[in-house]
Design a protein around this ligand. Structure first.
Ligand code: SAM
Length: 206
């Protein structure tokens, strides 16, 4: 499964210009608004799971966060993201792996995921993700998880997804996570379509 998935995403990032990717955003505005609620300081650590070529890492560096990690299954995406950042990219840690097959070796203050968890349609993979979230996020730390909302599309990048409300997502994460707040976003794709997303901010309480 990991091999097929990696091939899919490497092809997408090799073949499509970034500005044509349906999920592309010039500025991750909703993520940054929720990050404001997480009380980060310059010494906080952040991991962007399935970060692809998102501008989030650049935005975090711009607000003074120095400990930034970007994880993605696609090494091609990470190469593009590193090139985009230029010298600033040298301070970012880049991890090319499948989130469900990885094991974090440290804990972060903030875990961010926009449009990755929703691809996990197999319950075992969701369990592996949540186990990694617990290993990789300190107690008291925050997780922002954005997925297609219940009225969002059934597929993303041609792959089936599971759509969530904030409460449904909270139920999958379990009692160790408290839902702090959430936002809805009607994302405009480069082709002019609208995709309904939910962004939930959780705190790890146990
Ligand atoms: C829809 S894109 C979103 C990219 C980025 N988060 C953003 O908001 O621009 C999904 C990303 O998740 C990555 N991805 C998909 N499945 C993954 C997995 N199992 N482990 C790690 N990354 C994954 C893809 O390579 C892709 O970069």
């Amino acid at each position: 499964m990991t091999g097929d998935r990696k091939t899919h995403w490497d092809c997408v990032y090799r073949e499509k210009p970034e500005a044509s990717l349906t999920w592309h955003q010039d500025r991750p505005a909703v993520s940054l608004a929720l990050i404001d609620n997480a009380g980060l300081t310059p010494s906080s650590s952040v991991i962007d799971v399935g970060g692809g070529t998102s501008r989030l890492a650049a935005s975090l560096l711009a607000i003074g966060i120095r400990d930034v990690t970007v994880l993605d299954i696609s090494g091609v995406a990470l190469d593009h993201a590193r090139d985009q950042l230029g010298d600033a990219g040298k301070s970012v840690k880049w991890i090319a792996t499948d989130i469900t097959a990885w094991s974090p070796d440290r804990q972060y203050d903030l875990w961010h995921d926009r449009a990755v968890f929703h691809f996990l349609i197999d319950p075992d993979e969701r369990r592996a993700y949540v186990a990694n979230l617990k290993k990789g996020l300190r107690i008291g730390g925050h997780a922002i998880i954005a997925t297609f909302a219940p009225d969002g599309p059934e597929k993303c990048s041609g792959l089936p997804v599971v759509r969530y409300s904030p409460a449904e997502l909270g139920a999958v994460l379990g009692a160790d996570f408290e839902l702090i707040t959430h936002r809805n976003e009607m994302h405009q794709t480069p082709m002019g379509r609208t995709q309904s997303f939910q962004f939930s901010l959780f705190r790890r309480i146990a």
